[in-house]
Design a protein around this ligand. Structure first.
Ligand code: DQA
Length: 146
C-alpha cells in the first residue's frame, strides 16, 4: 500500500523550534524513521512538508490520482484554521489519521478545536516524534482491515 504523510507550516523548523514543546528530533529524522518502518512492512511512504496551504491542498488532490491508500496528517497551525484542507480531504475520500507531536488539548484553548478530528479515522497527539510512528502503525493496521 501507499501512505502519504503531510506536514503543515513551521514543521520544517523541528529540532530547534520550541524544543520544550516539540522536542529536539528534526523532521528529517522522523521522515527517515518512518520511511524505514513503512518499507520494512512492505509499504511505500510519500512525504510533503509545506508552509503553504495551497500546496497541501493540491497534494491531497494528487493523492487521489496516485491511488494513495492512507494519509497521515500533521496540519500544524492549519489544524485550527483550514476549511480548505478539510474540504480537500473530504473531497478525495482517502482515510486519514490526524496527528500532533504535542498534546493540543493541554495547550492554549485555540488549539483545542480541529477542522479534521470529526472526519479523521482517529487522532494521535502528545507523544512527540512517536506520534508519527504510532500513526503509521495505526494506518497499516487499518489498511489490513479495509
Ligand atoms: C502541532 C500543534 C499545532 O497546534 C501547532 O500549530 C503546530 C504543531 C503539533 O504537532 O503538536 O504547529 O500540530
Amino acid at each position: 500500500s501507499s501512505v502519504l504523510v503531510l506536514n503543515g507550516p513551521n514543521l520544517n523548523l523541528l529540532g530547534t523550534r520550541e524544543p520544550s514543546i516539540y522536542g529536539t528530533t528534526t523532521l528529517e529524522d522522523i521522515r527517515m524513521r518512518l520511511t524505514e518502518r513503512a518499507l520494512s512492512a512492505g509499504h511505500q511512504l510519500d512525504w510533503l512538508q509545506s508552509n503553504a496551504e495551497h500546496e497541501l491542498v493540491e497534494r491531497v488532490h494528487q493523492a487521489r490520482a496516485q491511488n494513495v491508500d492512507f494519509i497521515l496528517l500533521n496540519a500544524a497551525a492549519f489544524t485550527h484554521t483550514s476549511v480548505a484542507l478539510r474540504d480537500a480531504l473530504k473531497g478525495v475520500d482517502i482515510p486519514f489519521i490526524e496527528l500532533h507531536l504535542s498534546n493540543v488539548h493541554a495547550r492554549e484553548p485555540f488549539r483545542h478545536h480541529s477542522y479534521f478530528s470529526d472526519i479523521a479515522r482517529g487522532v494521535i497527539a502528545g507523544f512527540g516524534a512517536d506520534s508519527y510512528v504510532l500513526a503509521l502503525d495505526a494506518a497499516l493496521s487499518q489498511l489490513g482491515r479495509d
